[in-house]
Design a protein around this ligand. Structure first.
Ligand SMILES: [Zn+2]
Length: 119
C-alpha cells in the first residue's frame, strides 16, 4: 500500500484544500478541482487564489512580495511544494524551457528511479 502523503499526517492543510489534491502523477500532487489556465484555484482566506500558492504558503511559509512560484516539474496543476521555487517575476519570465531543462531532467530521473523494477 502506498504511504500516505505527508499533508494527511501533518493536518496542516485545511480539508477544502487537502480534499482536492488527487493521486500523484509521478511525485506531483495533482490538483483535481477547478483550474484556470491549467493552474488549480481554490477559495482560501475569503478569496479565490492559486492552489499551488496556497499549499506552498501553508507548508513552507509566506511567499515574499513580488515573488512567483516557478513549477520545476512544468506541471501547472501540481501543488507539491517540493516542485515549486519562489523566483522574481523577471527570473520566471526569463527562464526558458531550456533553462529549466536541468530541473526537469533531475525530476524525470527521480520519477524513473521510483517506477524502477520490472525487467
Ligand atoms: Zn510537480
Amino acid at each position: 500500500m502506498r504511504a500516505p502523503f505527508p499533508w494527511f499526517e501533518s493536518g496542516l492543510l485545511p480539508p477544502n484544500v487537502a480534499n482536492k489534491i488527487g493521486a500523484s502523477d509521478g511525485d506531483c500532487w495533482v490538483w483535481r478541482a477547478a483550474k484556470t489556465d491549467g493552474y488549480g484555484v481554490v477559495q482560501h482566506a475569503g478569496r479565490i487564489q492559486r492552489a499551488h500558492r496556497v499549499v506552498y504558503s501553508i507548508l513552507r511559509g509566506a511567499i515574499a512580495d513580488g515573488l512567483e512560484l516557478d513549477h520545476l516539474c512544468r506541471n501547472r496543476a501540481c501543488v507539491n511544494p517540493a516542485h515549486l521555487e519562489p523566483v522574481s517575476q523577471a527570473v520566471n519570465n526569463a527562464r526558458s524551457e531550456s533553462a529549466s531543462a536541468k530541473h526537469r531532467e533531475r525530476y524525470q530521473q527521480r520519477v524513473t528511479a521510483q517506477k524502477g523494477g520490472g525487467t
